[in-house]
Design a protein around this ligand. Structure first.
Ligand code: CO
Length: 214
């Protein structure tokens, strides 16, 4: 059987299962979504957002890309962030990276991957900023995993530096920004960082909303 057909069969089985638990399972979801969380994760197939945190349809707004990056010129990401934060009013934004991330690993190498070099360049920049710390780590896997953690921290910074989040922090004291890392070998998540609406923003990235009468 063609491999993809099993996906469609699995969908049928899933619908039946959902309806057995709750006959109105889909009825209640058809009009609106009110997720409390925005998940920004790696596109890696081994880190399925819904599965690892047990959320149901309607609970999680999701954006995934290679190495869970938040780039300030990426209109796809920024549109997702703006919609989630301003319209859906999510209370929590979770950036979830994972150890042994292929994207981060590729960025640490000298290999030429073509177009994707431009995406991975952002991680190379982070490597350069933290080179002194990273080069003290002898073990290659440990160094990669430390860069995975630092990368998560830097993406939280990028989110906090957007006008989208700064405005909401000021107006509604949300969202909270969480940095988590997923361990592929154990299946467990680890909380690494938390940015709250009271967190300091590096001065040069701070916007003056009063002047704009917002
Ligand atoms: Co990855």
């Amino acid at each position: 059987m063609d491999g993809y057909r099993k996906l469609l069969l699995a969908n049928k089985a899933w619908v039946q299962e959902c309806l057995q638990i709750r006959p109105d399972y889909f009825e209640r979801l058809k009009t609106d979504q009110k997720p409390e969380y925005l998940w920004i994760g790696c596109a890696d197939s081994r880190v399925p957002a819904d599965r690892i945190i047990g959320t149901d349809p309607g609970e999680l707004f999701v954006q995934r890309n290679i190495a869970n990056l938040v780039i300030h010129t990426d209109f796809n990401m920024l549109s997702v962030l703006q919609y989630a934060v301003e319209i859906l009013k999510v209370k929590h934004v979770i950036v979830c990276g994972h150890y042994n991330c292929g994207g981060v690993k590729a960025a640490m190498s000298h290999q030429n991957f073509g177009l994707i070099n431009k995406w991975l360049r952002h991680i190379k920049d982070i490597y350069r900023f933290y080179k002194h710390e990273l080069l003290t780590i002898q073990d290659e896997t440990a160094r990669l995993n430390r860069l995975v953690e630092i990368n998560i921290f830097e993406q939280l910074r990028n989110i906090s530096e957007t006008t989208i989040v700064q405005r909401m922090w000021k107006k509604e004291q949300q969202p909270y920004l969480h940095g988590w890392v997923y361990d592929l070998e154990s299946g467990y998540l680890k909380q690494l960082y938390l940015f709250t609406p009271e967190s300091e923003i590096e001065d040069i990235y701070r916007y003056d909303f009063d002047a704009l009468k917002e």
